[in-house]
Each structure stands twice: as structure tokens, then as C-alpha cells.
Write a protein that binds this ligand. Structure first.
Ligand code: PLP
Length: 376
């Protein structure tokens, strides 16, 4: 039995998304910059996709840009806010995705005129909004707050409306990585003020290699990649039209089906938690479990034993795809900066299971039985 419980790392592509992409590949393959009919058709696909994304986020089409990934979008938000908007302080959290943390690290090395500060997080990975308020109050320096909406390792979420309000009160720019939440939660950018927001196709049953960045009209930046002037001069390079069409389709499907999907996912999560003690002793959960959590991410911990060293390997042998923390590009397990930030006890082993609506209760049961076998 193959059980895929790593949907926070990536998701399978939904069939209607494949169909939209296939049609674009087979028929609509013109270059959107060409002026002939094939080019115009491709341009129309790009612009209608942009409009779909903008409508869902309640933004204007001119505020949506397609990129190669959320990694690129996050790099862009941080770098351009410094170069174009005069940001000289960045407030972030130690539990951000490596594409934010490593960008901040690079900025600290490359520039001595930008101050990077990290908020503290509690044992559940929650930021302290009083501390954010206090930091913003304490200085008038032009600030970007870069905080993710939902954590990809432990599932803890922020209260985005509250964080947005605090930033707005202090004229700080807000960058929010919504990779794990876009489409899954209602995001209304006409009400919630965000300066930059990022999303990624492959976390919402869409293709890999396509991301978006929303840039609020009030804080428009200049080019990140120079060239032929695509994406209204901001991000040159011939558009990935298949990815763009796939992203828009995936996002609209996600929104259409989210209530049903979230219901199914919550049921699987609750089932896992209610059955787990019957199979695995002393199981604990990382991250916020009460409110403001991502239903699809369940990070568990069990006591470390000789057997737990090889647990990911053994789960894999039994067909169970899960993750030790976050997916790591090298494929090797390494200590998680998120678990370190929440002071997770070093004598426990963490495994992240992340669900989709394709999973079943039988799969959860099989996973728990296997977990019992390979851990004791
Ligand atoms: N931010 C978060 C929270 C993520 O989970 C990921 C992917 O794991 C990324 C950013 C990077 O997204 P992409 O794979 O599109 O570069």
C-alpha cells in the first residue's frame, strides 16, 4: 500500500489542471510577446490567468506577477523592498521558510545598512504580537515585517488581520509567505492590507516551477530580473504559460472545493489523533492544535529509541511517504530550525504527516500500525 502523507512538501496535480496545461502545450504555444494571432492567444491566456488570481485575492490584475516559485517571490519581496523602497530594518521570525531566512542571512553579510531582527516564538511557534508592536513603536526606521501565514513544518498560523493592522498602524510594510494557505483560506486583500504576498503552484494541486507575487500598488517595486520586459518590466523571461494557466486553474479549483476538502482533511486529522494512542505510546503534537493551525499539517513526536533513527527510511519501505521536518533539497535529514526555535525536546523524534483530500481513513490506520511496528 502506497500512502502519500507529504502534501505540505508537494501535491499531486489535479486532473482539470493537467487538462488546462495540456491544451496550452498542444494548442496555445505561441510566445505572448509575439504580435501575431498565436502570440495574442498566448497573451490572452496569461492575462486571463492573472485576472483569475487577482479576483480570488481581491486584488487588481496589475498587482499580480508570475514568477518561477515562491522562493523567487520571497527573495524579490525582500530584496526589492530594500533597494527600491528604502527598507532599512526587517523584522521576521525564526520559523520562516529557508528561502526567507537564507535571504535575510545573505543580506546581513552583503549589507551593513539593514538591521534584521527576529521576534521570539513560544513553544507552539506563535509569534508575540505585543513584541512586534513594541519593536515597531520603538523606531521610525523604514521597516519590512516578513512573517509567514502558516508554518510548513508544524502548521502554526498567525492572525494575519491582526499582524496587518499592527504593521499598518506603524507604516511598516508587510510581506506574507502564504505558500501553505493560499486558496485554502479566505484571503481578501481589499480588506487585509499586505504589501507583498507569495504563493506557489505545487502546494495547491498545481504544477511545480510556477509562483506568484502580489505587490500592492502603494509599494510597487522595480525589476528583479532584467531582460525583455515581461511581467510589466518587473520580471523578464518568456512567460511559463503552461505553469501560469495551471496555477490559475489550481487556485480556482482550490477555492471552489476548499470547504469540502478542509472538511475531509479535518476528519482525517481528528481520526489520526483519536486512533494514535491505541497504537503509539507517548505521542505528542508540535505546534498550535487549538486554533490558528493548518489542518493539513500534523507534526508528531515520539520518544527517541534506537529504532527511531531509521524511522523515515522504514516508513518509506512500507510505502509511507512522510517527512522528518520540512522537505530538504539535499534529500538528507537535518536538524530543523523550527523545532529548535520552539525548543522541542532533543530526546523526541518528530515526523510531519501532511494530508490531502485524496487520503483515506484506511491509509491513516495503516500508517499508525506501521508507525507502531517501526518505532517499538
Ligand atoms: N514557503 C513555504 C512556507 C513553503 O512551504 C515552501 C515550499 O516548501 C516555499 C516557501 C518555497 O516554495 P517553492 O517550492 O515554490 O519555491
Amino acid at each position: 500500500m502506497k500512502v502519500y502523507l507529504d502534501n505540505a512538501a508537494t501535491t499531486p496535480i489535479a486532473q482539470p489542471v493537467i487538462e488546462v496545461m495540456k491544451e496550452a502545450m498542444e494548442i496555445n504555444y505561441g510566445n505572448p510577446s509575439s504580435i501575431h494571432s498565436m502570440g495574442r492567444n498566448a497573451r490572452s491566456l496569461v492575462e486571463s490567468s492573472r485576472k483569475t488570481v487577482a479576483e480570488i485575492l481581491k486584488a487588481s490584475a496589475g498587482e499580480i506577477f508570475f514568477t518561477s516559485s515562491a522562493t523567487e517571490s520571497n527573495n524579490m519581496a525582500i530584496h526589492r523592498s530594500i533597494v527600491d523602497l528604502g527598507v532599512r530594518r526587517i523584522i521576521s521570525s525564526p520559523t520562516e521558510h529557508p528561502c526567507v531566512l537564507n535571504t535575510l542571512k545573505a543580506i546581513c553579510v552583503e549589507r551593513n545598512d539593514v538591521d534584521v531582527q527576529f521576534l521570539s516564538v513560544d513553544a507552539y511557534g506563535r509569534i508575540d504580537t505585543n513584541e512586534l508592536n513594541h519593536l515597531l513603536e520603538s523606531s521610525d526606521i523604514k521597516t519590512l515585517v516578513s512573517i509567514m501565514h502558516g508554518n510548513n513544518e508544524i502548521g502554526t498560523m498567525i492572525d494575519l488581520d491582526k499582524v496587518s493592522q499592527i504593521c499598518d498602524n506603524h507604516n511598516a510594510l508587510l510581506h506574507c509567505d502564504t505558500v501553505q494557505t493560499i486558496g485554502k483560506f479566505d484571503l481578501d486583500l481589499s480588506k487585509t492590507k499586505v504589501s507583498f504576498l507569495s504563493g506557489s503552484g505545487h502546494k495547491i494541486y498545481g504544477p511545480k516551477g510556477i509562483g506568484i507575487i502580489y505587490i500592492n500598488n502603494d509599494n510597487m517595486t522595480k525589476a528583479m530580473i532584467n531582460g525583455g520586459g515581461q511581467e510589466r518590466q518587473l520580471r523578464s523571461g518568456t512567460e511559463n504559460i503552461y505553469g501560469i494557466a495551471g496555477f490559475a486553474k489550481a487556485l480556482s479549483l482550490m477555492v471552489e472545493e476548499r470547504e469540502q476538502q478542509l472538511g475531509q482533511i479535518m476528519e482525517l486529522r481528528n481520526y489520526f489523533k483519536s486512533e494514535a494512542p491505541k497504537y503509539v505510546s507517548d505521542i505528542q503534537y508540535n505546534g498550535n492544535q487549538d486554533d490558528l493551525f493548518l489542518p493539513h499539517i500534523l507534526s508528531i513526536s515520539i520518544p527517541k529509541t534506537m529504532k527511531t533513527d531509521l524511522i523515515m527510511f522504514n516508513l518509506d519501505i512500507y510505502g509511507i511517504c512522510a517527512s522528518a521536518g520540512s522537505a530538504c533539497s539535499s534529500g538528507a535529514e537535518k536538524d530543523s530550525h523550527v523545532l529548535e526555535a520552539i525548543n522541542a525536546p532533543s530526546d523526541r523524534k518528530t515526523i510531519r504527516f501532511s494530508f490531502s483530500h485524496h487520503n483515506t481513513k484506511d491509509e491513516i490506520l495503516h500508517t499508525l500500525k506501521t508507525l507502531a511496528d517501526v518505532s517499538s
